[in-house]
Design a protein around this ligand. Structure first.
Ligand SMILES: O=P(O)(O)OC[C@H]1O[C@H](OP(=O)(O)OP(=O)(O)O)[C@H](O)[C@@H]1O
Ligand code: HPA
Ligand SMILES: [Mg+2]
Length: 175
């Protein structure tokens, strides 16, 4: 997202027919959900290590690593979106070698599942965990915490800042 452009982005989003609802997530909410994910994953471990899908998976991976006492952390670098526009998934850096058995793959969310499919193909035996899931990507995730509808765009705390919020009545008047 461009700096200082949240209002513009939210208006863009309202005009984007694919994403009709916005779902802003605070740092506290993300932390709480990532810890809830850690409780579930703690029962399924122990884990050899974590593979974080950059960049969105880095913050949840750090929280999970702390909670699960995992010190071995790798990354797989995949880029699929240019803000809300989908592109070809590009693999910029591969993760550990092997089939991923005993490893945890972590991302912030699955949306269409395109990114997840790329990483699952690389590490077919790893356990795939995300904080959020949309219905199209849900079958690709082993463990997640919160489901949101497909027409929702999740705004993560690292992509937003505190701003004046227009009253709902005024937003509705303009539609
Ligand atoms: O299920 P999908 O439709 O593939 O969408 C989910 C992926 O999209 C986002 O990453 P993005 O490509 O925007 O890169 P980023 O994590 O570096 O922001 C998000 O962090 C997931 O990795
Ligand atoms: O809803 C979303 N929010 C942030 N990044 C994303 N990448 C795909 N879908 C989303
Ligand atoms: Mg990502």
């Amino acid at each position: 997202m461009k700096p200082n452009s949240q209002v513009v982005e939210l208006q863009d989003m309202a005009e984007n027919p694919s994403f009709r609802k916005d779902f802003p997530v605070s740092w506290e909410e993300l932390h709480r959900n990532a810890r809830a994910l850690a409780w579930r994953l703690a029962e399924l471990g122990p884990w050899k290590g974590i593979v974080a899908i950059t960049r969105g998976g880095l913050v949840p991976a750090a929280i999970l690593a702390r909670e699960l006492d995992v010190r071995l952390i790798d990354t797989v670098c995949v880029s699929t979106y240019d803000h809300q526009d989908k592109r070809e998934s590009k693999l910029l850096k591969a993760p550990i070698e092997g089939d991923g058995e005993g490893w945890l793959i972590v991302d912030d969310l699955v949306d269409t599942g395109r990114t997840a499919r790329v990483v699952r193909d690389l590490l077919p035996k790893a356990h795939f965990a995300t904080v959020y899931a949309k219905p199209a990507g849900r079958p690709l995730v082993d463990t997640f915490i919160t489901e949101v509808s497909q027409d929702t765009w999740i705004f993560f705390p690292w992509d937003i800042e505190y701003r004046y919020a227009e009253p709902i009545a005024e937003i509705r008047q303009k539609r």
